[in-house]
Design a protein around this ligand. Structure first.
Ligand code: GDP
Ligand code: IMO
Ligand code: MG
Length: 412
């Protein structure tokens, strides 16, 4: 059985915790899109680790982490993350695709130049510019570094093409020698991950696909242009790994019990006053990659219904329910209205300020739920809240997370 874990909001839904929790039942854990813009936090017995590029399942010994073709890699950051794990005594088993595109120093620079004019609030990791080059057919892949002459030709072309932005900023020779030396350290991990994963499927070895970012940040189906530059939806798996779409057997959608967003862009249920601040404090809502405060708001089930449909979600995980524990009243958006008329979530809505969220209100449970292990032990108000989510989304909940640790998870 091959499982996909996909965020259904604007990222940071708690995917890392869920991937780590479920990884024990899978042989391969695969990152298939995005890059080190991701920040996936795993908390094992008080040991907290934030994964950016490595799959979150690699804390389990004997599991194989895979970084497949759809991921853009900053080689320096990858090696840094591996070194951090090594310091903790963990040497991950890792396969990296020869087809992965590289984030080059000029991509990070260009991210900053673009951001000056077009405020998206990116993570400034060079993700967008690296994907621009991939689509523009001038990107540099891992495999290109196997042939130094080819690499130098491609590097020269890229620096020439971008001269109007880069000016004198980057020296070809410096990049050449830095990347060739980084490449030597990454080379042992490089394989044809497409072939490895398809063989795993043929041998009935289970695979877990770890989504990065969230559905509403998808380049095609998110709140464009306030999105990331990859396909964060389930379709990203097939094009990011070379695995046929019909080999993904279960799609698990992860939703935080409220909503957060980092960076610019529409957020109809955003709370700008004390309640938002309270959620940020209680939920420790600060970016795992950039440390920026996350914008917080009520759960938006209109957007979540859309995300559920786009991904064909067959089971739900609700995370951070504990963060709502001290609120006397909790609101959930179940409908959007525009000029008084109901409307659906659509990625091309141009003026989101016209969208008026319609809420239903739930009584809070006002007690700590962080140690509850059984669904039936949750306060009735919390169960009503969860069942309302199931009702609106038309999908069953399989896991409820009530704290960051592995053991703070309720199976349904
Ligand atoms: P991801 O990007 O989707 O993996 O999520 P992040 O790691 O960026 O953000 C989720 C944060 O919430 C992390 O700090 C997790 O340790 C934490 N977390 C995950 N699940 C829970 C939960 O159920 N309750 C609480 N209080 N924290 C959680
Ligand atoms: P995880 O995997 C939350 C956001 C950025 C910005 C937009 C574009 O931890 O859920 P980019 O650097 O990708 O070009 O930035 O996307 N963003 C995320 N927001 N969680 C993430 O990852 C994100 N990765 C990118 O804040 O708004
Ligand atoms: Mg995150």
């Amino acid at each position: 059985m091959n499982l996909a874990i996909i965020g259904l909001q604007w990222g940071d839904e708690g995917k890392g915790k869920i991937v780590d929790l479920l990884a024990k039942d899978y042989n391969y854990i695969v990152r298939y899109q995005g890059g080190n813009n991701a920040g996936h936090t795993v908390d094992v017995d008080g040991f907290e680790f934030v994964f950016h590029l490595l799959p979150s399942g690699v804390l389990h010994p004997k599991k194989i982490g895979v970084i497949s073709d759809g991921v853009v890699i900053n080689p320096k950051e990858l090696l840094k993350e591996m070194a951090l794990l090594e310091e903790k005594g963990i040497t991950p088993n890792l396969y990296i695709s020869l087809g992965c595109h590289l984030i080059m120093p000029y991509h990070i620079f260009i991210d900053g130049v673009i951001e000056k004019n077009q405020k998206i609030g990116t993570t400034m990791r060079g993700i967008g510019p690296a994907y621009i080059d991939r689509v523009g057919r001038c990107g540099i892949r891992m495999a290109d570094l196997l042939d130094e002459k080819l690499f130098v030709e491609k590097l020269e072309l890229n620096l020439l093409q971008k001269e109007y932005i880069l000016k004198e900023e980057f020296k070809q020779e410096e990049i050449r020698s830095e990347y060739l030396s980084l490449f030597e350290r990454i080379k042992p991990y490089l394989v044809d991950t497409r072939a490895v994963l398809n063989k795993a499927i043929a041998d009935s070895e289970p695979i877990l696909f770890e989504g990065a970012q969230g559905t509403l940040l998808d380049i095609g189906f998110g709140t464009y242009p306030y999105v990331t530059s990859s396909h964060t939806t389930v379709g990203g798996i097939s094009v990011g790994t070379g695995i046929p779409a019909n080999r993904i057997s279960e799609i698990m959608g992860v939703i935080k019990a409220y909503t957060t967003r980092v960076g610019e862009g529409p957020f109809p249920t955003e709370l700008k006053e004390d309640t938002g601040e309270n959620l940020r404090m209680k939920g420790r809502e600060y970016g795992a990659t950039t440390g920026r405060p996350r914008r917080c708001g009520w759960l938006d089930l209109v957007a979540a219904r859309y995300a559920t449909e786009v991904n064909g979600v067959n089971s739900l995980v609700i995370t951070k329910l504990d963060v709502l524990s001290d609120l006397p009243k909790i609101k959930v958006c179940t409908e959007y209205r525009m000029n008084g008329k109901p409307c659906e979530f659509q990625p091309w809505i141009s003026d989101w300020s016209e969208i008026e969220p319609v809420y239903i209100e739930f009584p809070g449970w006002c007690r700590d739920i962080g140690n509850i292990k059984e669904y039936s032990e949750l306060p009735m108000e919390a169960r009503d809240y969860l069942e309302a989510i199931e009702g609106v989304l038309g999908v069953k909940i399989s896991l409820v997370s009530v704290g960051a640790r592995r053991d703070q998870t309720i199976k349904l």
